[in-house]
Design a binder for this molecule. Structure first.
Ligand code: AMP
Length: 544
């Protein structure tokens, strides 16, 4: 296995094989199976473009050869930052085909995050679009290349910059199928996801072929995917949820169709449901809130079977309204890039569908719910959710200390969520980790605090979640300024943007205070700050 990654212990690996969770195939084998079964079926749709399984398979093989010619080799890491597109899927599978490991960055990430990913993964390549949503990624790539000794290949979808390679050129030309004899080991790392974690910049989550094939197939089974399924993919595919839970890979595993949406308005979504006969939509809280508040559309939704929500909890009333508006079943998905996925089942009674966070998708998932001493709590009592299983990672990439903190002694991953279990179903009650869940997008409080602390007018900073009707939560920054200096949100955010970080991390409220509430042990009482942030009428009381 790639150095810096942790394999499953032998006894568990043997069990996962014996019980059929690990099929000992690669993600490419999984795709090849679908190609063999129905080569002419449509795999991908993007606007006017449609690509069959056979065409997808040929494009992957062709690009894999070209990437191999370029000098990319098995176990090389490549930071992969493409927006949703047919090329995303082709390039993703082409990298895996030659054993190269994509590190899936979000289109929103900027220099601070990308240079960290490149350095930590010692990436040899960086894959970007030319310009997307007004941002020139070629420029970013040039800046990063200048400072990253490991980075030899910048691949650009669209018009490349100086010393950058055109992905379009590699994709064009006579189809080649010759010569690729390489076959990755199913036990090897296939891709790396980014953690929505609490400490500093995102950690990397190695996912093996065996575990991710199972992740896609099993969550696809629970979502009811069949060869006739049509998934509408809306959110960035770099997210585990849209990539493989069950996501685009899950529908391709079944020989279904993934439709890549151009935008996420209700108008577009409703049009695509009708035109493409969409059967499954995987959405998040802010999208669903928008759609429920948008003007109704006169469209035919009869093809729709499931609208899923993931990334953050959707309120029961909104789940009920989803079923009414779309005339389909609502499914809640509560999972993590580190592994464990819980889903409500399509045939659960309404009470469960509307209130629960679901239950593990696999019989191989082992769950522990523990108190602060590490003891298991009885059913019905809230505790920290810990999990172990055939698709839950055993360690972060090259981060032994963080891995140690994230696991119990018996190898259960501590999710940091406070849950209750009743009749096998989980109910998310709160959270122990210091993150802000902005409609599914995770913001590490510590990371943003660090940026704020580098402002010359700031003595101390604490970032907490404040409630928001649309996103669930947003970031509120409490700041103790130096010498009673004054600073407002606009100035702070201009400063933060100049640090080249993803925009979604910016605080949306700033409170200047003289001191933080402290516990007797001198720890900042974040709970107290969250309470202040939750009430717009309550002032922190000690503003300078
Ligand atoms: P990530 O690994 O970035 O996907 O984030 C995983 C975390 O998102 C979980 O540990 C939860 O805190 C939160 N989360 C994801 N889905 C849900 C959900 N349906 N309900 C509540 N929290 C969720």
């Amino acid at each position: 296995m790639l150095e810096g990654c942790t394999a499953w212990p032998g006894n568990l690996a043997a069990r996962y094989r014996r019980e059929g969770y690990w099929a000992d195939i690669t993600l490419n084998d999984m795709l090849a199976g679908a190609i063999r079964k129905a080569p002419d079926r449509t795999a991908l749709v993007q606007g006017e473009r449609r690509m069959s399984y056979a065409e997808l398979g040929e494009a992957v093989e062709h690009l894999a050869l070209a990437l191999n010619d370029l000098g990319l080799r098995p176990l090389d890491r490549v930071v992969f930052q493409l927006p949703n597109s047919i090329e995303f899927v082709i390039a993703f599978f082409a990298l895996l085909r030659i054993g190269v490991i994509p590190v899936l960055a979000l289109p929103a990430h900027r220099r601070e995050e990308i240079s960290h990913f490149v350095a930590h993964a010692e990436a040899v390549g960086y894959v970007v679009p030319d310009i997307w949503h007004g941002f020139d990624y070629r420029q970013l790539a040039a800046e990063i290349s200048a400072q990253a000794p490991s980075l030899h290949h910048v691949l650009v979808l669209g018009e490349p910059g100086l010393e950058q390679v055109s992905l379009n050129r590699l994709l064009a030309g006579e189809r080649r199928h010759d010569g690729l004899t390489f076959h990755a080991s199913p036990e090897e790392v296939a891709l790396m996801l980014l953690s929505g974690g609490t400490t500093g910049l995102p950690k990397m989550i190695p996912r093996t072929h065996n575990d991710y094939v199972y992740n896609c197939r099993q969550s696809g089974a629970v979502a009811g995917f069949q060869s006739s399924s049509v998934l509408l993919a809306l959110l960035p595919m770099a997210h585990n949820y849209t990539l493989g839970c069950p996501g685009v890979l899950g529908v391709l595993a079944r020989g279904g169709t993934a439709v890549l949406a151009s935008d996420m308005t209700f108008e577009t979504v409703a049009r695509l449901i009708e035109e493409e006969r969409v059967s499954t939509i995987c959405a998040t809280v802010p999208l669903i809130v928008n759609w429920l508040n948008a003007a109704p559309q006169r469209r035919d939704f009869s093809s729709l079977r499931v609208v899923m929500n993931g990334g953050a909890k959707l309120a029961p009333e909104l789940r009920r309204r989803v079923e009414l508006r779309f005339g389909c079943v609502f499914q809640e998905s509560f999972g993590t890039g580190e592994g464990l996925l819980n889903m409500t089942r399509r045939d659960d009674p309404a009470e469960i569908r509307f209130t629960s966070s679901g239950r593990p998708v696999s019989p191989g998932d082992e769950i522990r719910i523990i108190d602060s001493e590490g003891n298991d709590v009885p059913d019905g009592t809230a505790g920290e959710l810990c999990c172990r299983g055939p698709y839950t990672m055993r360690g972060y990439y090259k981060a032994p200390d963080k891995t140690r903190d994230a696991f119990t002694d018996d190898g259960f991953y501590r999710m940091g969520d406070l849950v209750r279990r009743v009749d096998g179903n989980l109910y998310v009650e709160g959270r122990l980790k210091d993150i802000i869940n902005r409609g599914g997008e995770k913001i590490s409080c510590e990371e943003v605090e660090n940026y704020i602390l580098s402002h010359p007018k700031v003595k101390n900073a604490c970032v907490v979640a404040m409630p928001d009707a649309k996103f669930g939560e947003k970031a509120c920054a409490f700041v103790i300024p130096v010498d009673d200096a004054s600073i407002d949100l606009e100035e702070m955010n201009r400063f933060l943007l100049s640090r080249d970080i993803a925009k979604f991390k910016l605080p949306e409220r700033l409170e200047l205070v003289r001191e933080f509430p402290l516990s007797p042990a001198g720890k900042i009482l974040r709970r107290e700050l969250r309470r202040i942030a939750a009430d717009p009428t309550v002032s922190s009381g000690n503003a300078p």
